[in-house]
Design a protein around this ligand. Structure first.
Ligand SMILES: CC(C)(COP(=O)(O)OP(=O)(O)OC[C@H]1O[C@@H](n2cnc3c(N)ncnc32)[C@H](O)[C@@H]1OP(=O)(O)O)[C@@H](O)C(=O)NCCC(=O)NCCS
Length: 576
């Protein structure tokens, strides 16, 4: 295990679209942290690195389900509101990165955290990192550096300095010693999780054998840690290094919280208290790796807590406990996203149920109708697409229906059926550029196409190997207009088509492009875009597999293009 972040937590980022929010979301995601949503008021409906952004925390919780931790990158004056919003939405751990948060705001946050049985790290914190498991905040700076600098192991780190949190783990790693978790408690006079609270977490963590604590003058954090040891609340070896030895009373040492007032918070006072309770005091930060190595070599492995009693087996069960917000099943009752399935049956279409399952929102019949149209549009496109050929080839070998179907689905990739997500991301990008340039969408589209041309990049969602005027595209876009659902997505794709033409390239919007525009307009996240193609194509693939198995001989050579349609002609139309 590790403490606070062990890779399982579902994480929210407040202020995700800001400069730091964006950069550190990349770090967290790249390091493997499960970031499920972001919040910035006014930016709901967009996304960052594929992570959906919401206007409010409650909106995020409603859409993505359970959230365990929120990391705040919100400017200091706005932290109180943002933190309270998260706590009142039921989030149990906050990591408050910003500095200069007013002390009275921190006290108010602490009161509400107490009331809601939650905790917070910071403010003014670099965050928390458990090597190989996850990071909350900005420890390590970038995913690649965090991956190369820190290694997992038995040492817990609790530090009042952000820089020393990271450098301590780095120098320990260079000596071959890894860390369970590194916690930067924050540099302010009042923090949500001071050393003593961190030590309590490390005491309960089987993976932590020893803790290194970096303290500073000012506050009573180190004295409180000594009291915890004295009263038996922390029993593992503690190595302590206290910064600010040379500071005089009244001098501030680096951080806002590192200030001696009168006799309170002095270096000598802290060292004396800690030494008296058996902590190993090191004078210099650079001595820590050697002292740690020495102590670790003498440690008997602590027995892991044995699971014997009913209570301990309940602990095991609790630790395996997890949550889902998709479907609730009780005897004689099934609820999809909260709706009774037997009441939905006969009332909503399958397409509305798809929307409900994927987003948690029951859509209007018009939105359901538009999804229906998309699914019909992509149900099949003959025997030449790679997925149909692959599925038929597998079927011809005697593969079972499920195996052949899987082969077909696995052939849907970037260049076949997989352009929808990329196109949705492009639409959002151009939409944002348009909004940034005061709504001049055509100009944003023109500039975007110019940049693509310069770098020889293809625009996803445009052009088709067979159709110059894809009949599905025109119909989908017309349906969106008729139902009043055409919005910014449709506007952007049309602006891009126009911009391509202005640049001298006549490329039609293809069905992927039309679907992408419509999916943006009905509020679907880009990562789900390609799944609409997969869901649509499934029956078509079944039809090909079934036909291959019932009509053709096994192991026939299947020509990719030389085949002819001999099915019904002009069914259901007035065409002759
Ligand atoms: C918090 C901090 C990181 C923000 O800096 P920043 O990313 O440059 O600021 P930005 O203005 O670009 O971004 C803040 C975002 O929060 C958003 N925001 C404001 N109120 C919000 C709220 N209640 N909920 C969610 N987001 C909110 C803003 O809208 C903005 O997003 P936008 O740019 O898309 O509009 C910065 O103020 C700070 O404190 N830096 C020091 C951090 C530090 O050193 N910590 C200690 C380490 S030892």
């Amino acid at each position: 295990m590790a403490i606070l972040i062990d890779g399982k937590q579902r994480v929210l980022v407040q202020g995700i679209t800001g400069r730091e929010g964006l950069a550190r979301t990349r770090l967290m995601k790249g390091y493997g942290t499960c970031v499920v949503a972001g919040v910035t008021p006014g930016r709901g409906g967009t996304d960052v690195e594929g992570i959906p952004v919401f206007d409010t925390v409650s909106g995020a919780c409603e859409a993505v389900g359970n959230i365990d931790v929120s990391v705040l990158f919100v400017p200091a004056p706005l932290v109180k509101g943002a933190a309270i919003e998260a706590l009142e939405s039921g989030i149990k751990l906050l990591v408050i990165v910003p500095d200069r948060v007013p002390i009275y705001d921190v006290l108010e946050i602490a009161t509400i955290a107490d009331r809601t049985d939650a905790a917070f790290v910071g403010p003014n914190t670099l965050g928390v990192l458990s090597p190989g498991r996850g990071v909350l905040g900005m420890v390590g700076g970038h995913a690649a550096s965090a991956q190369s600098w820190f290694v997992p192991g038995p040492v817990g780190i609790s530090s009042r300095s952000g820089g020393i949190t990271a450098s301590m783990a780095y120098y320990l790693a260079r000596r071959g010693i890894g860390c369970s978790t590194m916690v930067h408690v924050g540099g302010d006079p009042i923090v949500g999780m001071p050393h003593a609270e961190v030590l309590k977490h490390f005491e309960a963590d089987d993976d932590t054998q020893l803790v290194v604590m970096y303290g500073e003058i000012g506050t009573s954090q180190e004295e409180d840690a000594a009291t915890l040891i004295e009263t038996g609340g922390f029993t593992k070896p503690l190595i302590a290094c206290i910064g600010g030895k040379a500071a005089r009373s009244g001098t501030r040492f680096s951080h806002a919280g590192a200030i001696i007032e009168g006799e309170r918070g002095t270096y000598e006072g802290k060292v004396t208290r800690l030494r008296a309770v058996g902590a190993h005091i090191v004078d210099s930060f650079t001595d820590i790796p050697a002292v740690t190595a020495n102590l670790l070599s003498k440690l008997q492995p602590r027995p892991r807590k044995v699971q014997k009693s009913a209570a301990s087996s309940r602990n095991v069960r609790d630790s395996l406990h997890w949550k889902t917000a998709v479907t609730q099943v009780k005897p004689n009752e099934i609820r999809l996203r909260g709706y009774r399935i037997d009441e939905l049956m006969g009332q909503i279409t399958f397409s509305q149920a798809i929307h409900l399952a994927l987003t948690g929102q029951l859509p209007s019949p018009e939105v359901g109708g538009l999804i229906d149209a998309m699914l019909v549009a992509s149900i099949d496109h003959g025997a030449t697409p790679p997925s149909a050929l692959a599925a038929r080839t597998a079927a011809s070998t005697g593969a079972a229906m499920n195996a052949a179907l899987a082969v077909g689905l696995l052939s849907i990739n970037q260049h076949h059926g997989g352009a929808i997500q990329a196109c949705m991301e492009m639409i959002r990008d151009v939409q944002k550029r348009g909004a940034d340039s005061k709504g001049v969408l055509d100009e944003a589209a023109f500039a975007f196409v110019a940049a693509c041309k310069q770098s020889n990049a293809r625009l996803p969602g445009f052009g088709h190997r067979i159709h110059t005027h894809d009949p599905r595209t025109a119909r989908l876009l017309a349906l969106a207009e008729q139902t009043g659902l055409a919005g910014k997505g449709v506007a952007v794709i049309r602006a891009l088509e126009k911009a391509l033409a202005t640049h001298g390239t006549i490329l039609p919007i293809n069905v992927d492009g039309a679907m992408a525009a419509l999916l943006v307009d009905i509020g679907i996240q880009p990562e789900l875009g390609n799944t609409f193609f997969m869901m649509a194509r499934l029956p078509g693939l079944v039809a090909h597999i079934y036909e291959e198995k019932t009509r053709e001989r096994p192991m026939r050579p299947i020509h990719p293009v030389d085949h002819e349609y001999d099915g019904a002609q002009n069914a259901g139309t007035n065409e002759k």
